[in-house]
Design a protein around this ligand. Structure first.
Ligand code: HEM
Length: 417
């Protein structure tokens, strides 16, 4: 068997990239009152979403005129008019520096071509199989670590780990390399704020994946990299640079989002015990619970586009060259579309789809996988932690962050088996 390549740690071992997570998350307890105020000013409002919540300067995009798009229909319009609202200019200076030539940084026709191949790799029938083979073992192993105690912090001991461990299992990472892998994955985001550790981390992850990919091409297995290396659409395979950029992005796009989404799902249910009981007794409610959690507290509150030509949305002009803050969280709580939008209610009768996975050509490619992971995690929790409830002796969970949201702790008690 070929030895897996070794991941090189950052030169400066004392450097702690996890602070960036805290920085990007911020400590904003609840952005929604401000979001409602802004939306009441109109579906399109001048200014930057970030500046409403933090003083951290936007070194990449701060020089551009900016608008916030806030109404549901207006957000959907931006996401579904990619010829006007482009990804490349919006993401090349930030995500592009961190990850390279990833599909998030592409527009048609390049995006259409590669997206088609990725899409085949993440079809529902493919990812459903990973539920049993990859997700369940990770979920159960983590739960084995605290199940005998009758109490846990579900963030620290469960949700903060399982989607990342799913990725490690999918790329068959040596567990001993996982801490460095996680550290580099976080450090690479620092490219967008000009820190030298950013390109260093991107380079080291890139070299690691390039070698892994070479090995998998020579000797394909059943892992995700072999799968991505061989999947085809219209007779075309993914070029190495696009595949490696995707793998670099995976920890953030797939791991971090699913960690946040699952945490928010559990928070919504635990703070509404009658809904938790209903889901526990009738598991066919799980898909509705997942969608309601993502609508209510979607992990990604805003995405971004670059307006490439003078245009207008619902009578509001937007000039070419404007950076467009496309506020998904605002669309998902637009009272014109969702009755009593601030309430977590898995029984709501929605007539429109939430936009937590966005829409249009860049609609989340991992949404089926995220749903599989969240479903498996919730089922295991409901099966294995009877009488699950918030720990009355600990602080109630508080979801924070203006751009990416999650509670820091979720202390629970349950009956021991
Ligand atoms: C609850 C979990 C998740 C949420 C809330 C989420 C959210 C999103 C959103 C909002 C976008 C669109 C961004 C935009 O249009 O600017 C997106 C795109 C993307 N997501 Fe997810 N995501 C999740 C899980 C995953 C997973 C598990 C994967 C793993 C494969 C993944 C991979 C991607 C990729 C590669 C894109 C870029 C697609 C493109 O540009 O064509 N995501 N995600």
């Amino acid at each position: 068997m070929t030895a897996l390549p070794k991941l090189e740690d950052l030169e400066d071992k004392s450097f702690d990239p996890f602070m960036v997570e805290k920085l990007s998350t911020g400590n904003c307890p609840d952005p929604y009152p401000r979001i409602h105020e802004l939306r009441q000013q109109g579906p399109v409002v001048e200014g930057s979403y970030r500046k409403n919540f933090t003083d951290v300067p936007d070194v990449q995009m701060g020089h551009l005129p900016q608008v916030m798009v806030l109404g549901y229909d207006a957000v959907l319009h931006v996401l579904t008019h990619p010829e006007v609202f482009r990804n490349k200019e919006a993401f090349a200076p930030n995500l592009g520096r961190s990850f390279g030539n990833t599909i998030t940084v592409m527009d048609a026709p390049e995006h259409t071509r590669f997206r088609k191949i990725f899409q085949k790799a993440f079809l529902p029938n493919v990812v459903t199989k990973w539920g049993e083979t990859v997700v369940d073992p990770v979920v159960n192993r983590l739960m084995d670590g605290f199940i005998a105690t009758g109490e846990a912090d579900l963030i620290e001991q469960f949700t903060h780990h399982y989607p990342f461990q799913v990725i490690y299992a999918q790329v068959e990472l040596d567990p001993a390399q996982a801490p460095v892998f996680h550290k580099l994955a976080i450090a690479q985001i620092l490219s967008s704020i000009g820190a030298p550790q950013g390109p260093e981390a991107s380079g080291k992850l890139g070299a690691f994946f390039a070698e892994l990919l070479r090995q998998k091409r020579a000797n394909p297995g059943t892992d995700l990299i072999s799968h991505l290396a061989t999947v085809e659409a219209d007779g075309e395979r993914l070029p190495d640079d696009v595949l490696i950029s995707f793998l670099r992005q995976l920890m953030n796009a797939g791991g971090d989002t699913t960690f946040r989404g699952t945490s928010v799902l559990l928070t919504g249910l635990l703070t509404h015990p009658e809904q938790l009981r209903a889901v526990s007794e009738d598991r066919s409610l799980i898909p509705a619970a997942i969608d309601e959690a993502l609508r209510w507290e979607g992990p990604v509150t805003s995405t971004f586009r670059y307006c490439a030509q003078d245009t207008e949305i619902q009578g509001h002009p937007i000039k070419a060259g404007t950076f467009v803050n496309t506020v998904l969280a605002s669309a998902n709580r637009d009272p014109a579309k969702f009755e009593n939008p601030d309430a977590f209610n898995i029984f709501r009768k929605n007539t429109v789809r939430h936009l937590a996975f966005a829409s249009g050509p860049h609609l989340c490619i991992g949404q089926h996988l995220a749903r599989v992971e969240m479903t498996r995690a919730l089922n295991a929790i409901l099966d294995r932690l009877p009488n699950l409830r918030l720990d009355p002796d600990k602080p109630a969970p508080a979801i924070t962050g203006h751009l990416l949201r999650v509670p820091e702790h979720l202390w629970v008690k349950f009956d021991r088996a």
